[in-house]
Design a protein around this ligand. Structure first.
Ligand SMILES: [Zn+2]
Length: 318
């Protein structure tokens, strides 16, 4: 029997339930929605979580689509799922947990007697620690972004190769291979010996069908490659960036992009221009280095210094 919160599944069974993590401001208990898919045969354990950032819903779209397709009688091993990590942020459709104004993915491995976010991180990190592989489904928030997978343990980590392999199996086509900030699950779980990636399924407000499909295909690739399901996976070469240059607005006004997501850019190429309200050019911003146009803001209006776009640099194939 495998148990996760109130969900319990014997071999060959699926169950869903709630993982209690505390109480809301009105004193009612709340729990994260969880699923356990217990394969009929022994095997590895995969942990999948979504909505660590409350406005990143594509991962939830993946979970909603993948879980009903999983037949435990065909499965070897166990899949543990938390469909919605950032409970409070999800309620108000915001990125950060409004209870403590914290970004969940800076609080791992969490603290069971800490802040609201730290407690949720601790509860979900405990589940991740039971797994052999972890997928932490994110997206570029509401910015526009490529579909990519992030390897966050850093190139000198003992699990770097395993994390890169997992990213290749997930196969979004692009990989950002760069050590992440403290407190990310994809940086912390490899310290426990668990290969972990942070798939970034595009970026949008609400759901994006193409990105959700990348996520669904990625999960099934992982299930086949690591022996949860029968079938072969043909590994495809991924475009990897190990640098990530961010560009801000040199002046306030309206941004027009000169590059599309996925475009190769050379040093000196114009990335975007800023005009005033009546179309008069105020600034042109060029790429400092060669790379791939990776992420861009959604709204055109910017203040001086405000984030505009990112270019993935030091690009190779692996
Ligand atoms: Zn995120």
């Amino acid at each position: 029997m495998t148990t996760l919160g109130t969900a319990s599944a014997a071999p060959g069974e699926v169950d869903t339930g709630r993982l209690p993590v505390g109480e809301t401001r009105d004193g009612s208990q709340f729990g994260l929605p969880v699923a356990v898919v217990n394969g009929a045969r022994e095997g590895k354990t995969l942990y999948i979580q979504a909505v660590s950032d409350g406005d990143e819903l594509n991962g939830l779209g993946v979970v909603k689509r993948v879980v009903p397709q999983l037949a435990p009688e065909e499965l070897s091993g166990t899949i543990l799922v938390v469909g919605l990590v950032n409970y409070h942020a999800f309620q108000v459709a915001e990125h950060r947990n409004p209870v403590d104004d914290t970004k969940m993915n800076r609080t791992y491995p969490g603290n069971e007697s800490g802040t609201s976010s730290e407690r949720i991180a601790a509860a979900t990190f405990e589940i991740a620690s039971r797994a052999d592989l972890v997928l932490d489904l994110h997206q570029g928030s509401t910015s526009q972004m490529l579909n990519e997978a992030r390897v966050r343990c850093g190139p000198r980590h003992r699990l770097h190769d395993e994390c890169l392999e997992l990213a290749k199996v997930f196969s979004c086509g692009y990989v950002l291979d760069q050590k992440g900030p403290d407190g990310q699950l994809a940086r912390t779980a490899p310290d426990e010996g668990i290969p972990t990636i942070d798939p970034e399924l595009g970026g949008c407000v609400g759901w994006d069908e193409e990105s959700i499909q990348f996520g669904v295909d990625g999960v099934f690739n992982v299930l086949r490659y690591y022996g949860f399901l029968d079938g072969d996976v043909e590994l495809e070469s991924q475009t990897r960036a190990t640098g990530f240059d961010r560009y801000g607005a040199p002046s306030g006004g309206l941004v027009t992009f000169r590059r599309d997501l996925g475009d190769e850019v050379d040093a000196g190429d114009v990335l975007f221009e800023v005009t005033d309200v009546f179309g008069k050019l105020k600034a042109e911003v060029t790429a400092d280095r060669t790379g791939i146009f990776w992420r861009s803001r959604r709204l055109p209006q910017v203040a001086t210094g405000e984030y505009v776009c990112s270019v993935g640099t030091d690009v190779d194939q692996y």
